[in-house]
Design a binder for this molecule. Structure first.
Ligand code: GLN
Length: 309
């Protein structure tokens, strides 16, 4: 086995001069305040060994990475029935696009675009209050990461609620098609709180480890999902995790991954490790610019791409 600490240190050092690359998301005012030069990396192997570099222990807003955890919970509750509410094809359009929704009768393409996560959140609310659903979500992520200190940043949630006109449009649009059962305000409130979960790269890498290890978290011993389900979630991350940048991410990095507009990316090297990177500046598709580069370098140096070394 190669020296992962040396690899991650090298990547950090080589990319450090480019810290600040990309454009920080400013449509959520609270995110615009984050220092663009932050840069963290964490790898946790299926043996439970952690390797970190840079700002790996600073919590940031995980944003759309939360969609992976929400989907995992929803699959656990409703199983394959969720595919009646949301598709599993790449969208080829932006994370907050409304165009496709109209053409396809209000059924979102996949659970990782905003409309899809909103549909999944609607399902999770069946028979529960928003508070219960948010509580369950936080407890779930804490158990995955084996870390009780993980919390929601309520200022980020409030900031997004105050400016989330696009998401409100998506939710209202779906509601008009009869595709949401719960009140729009409830669904959006829960969705914004999920997105506002604050985690560090180290915590995020730990929480994604079950996906790298056939559904079982090797550090806690918990079986989170079946091997088949882990494989399927990884497939969705690979095909849909970076919106209309998913093809390019597969080409450059070759790992299942999920990005968030906070600048984080969670990537999974099946059988090997879970990886989290954070750099707030985004590329044109809303994915971390430097984070994508770091993962490309890591995949190259480890040979971990799922398509071969
Ligand atoms: N909370 C963000 C939004 O709904 C999440 C988007 C993202 O991370 N791509 O706009």
């Amino acid at each position: 086995m190669f020296d992962l600490q040396a690899i991650i240190d090298d990547i950090y050092r080589e990319l450090e001069p480019q810290r600040g690359l990309g454009k920080v998301a400013d449509y959520i005012p609270q995110l615009a305040r984050v220092d663009a030069r932050r840069f963290g990396l964490a790898i946790v192997t299926v043996e439970g060994q952690a390797y970190v570099a840079g700002d790996a222990d600073t919590a940031f807003s995980i944003q759309s990475i939360s969609k992976v955890f929400n989907l995992t919970l929803a699959l656990g509750k409703f199983g394959e029935a969720i595919w009646r509410r949301v598709g599993r094809e790449p969208s080829g359009s932006a994370f907050n696009s409304i165009v496709q929704l109209e053409q396809e009768g209000g059924k979102p393409r996949n659970p990782f675009i905003n409309a899809g996560a909103i549909a999944v959140t609607d399902l999770m609310l069946a028979g529960h209050t928003p508070r219960e659903v948010i509580g369950e979500f936080v407890r779930f992520v804490r158990s995955l990461a084996d870390d009780e200190t993980i919390v929601i940043d309520h200022e980020v949630a409030a900031s997004e609620a105050a400016t989330g006109f696009r998401n409100a449009a998506l939710a209202n649009f779906m509601k008009s098609f009869g595709k949401l059962d719960q009140p729009v305000e409830h669904v959006l409130g829960v969705y914004f709180h999920h997105c506002a979960l604050a985690m560090s790269c180290r915590q995020l890498a730990k929480s994604g480890l079950f996906l790298a290890n056939n559904g079982r978290n090797p550090m806690t011993g918990h079986s989170v999902v079946s091997p088949q389900r882990a494989r399927r979630i990884n497939a969705l991350m690979l095909t849909c995790g970076h919106y209309d940048g998913s093809g390019d991410f597969a080409y450059q990095v070759g790992l299942p991954g999920k990005s968030g507009v906070g600048g984080g990316i969670l990537a999974v090297a099946p059988g090997k490790a879970s990886i989290a990177v954070w750099s707030p500046g985004l590329n044109d598709n809303g994915n971390s610019a430097l984070g994508s580069k770091a993962l490309e370098m890591l995949a190259q140096r480890t040979g971990w791409s799922v398509f071969g070394s």
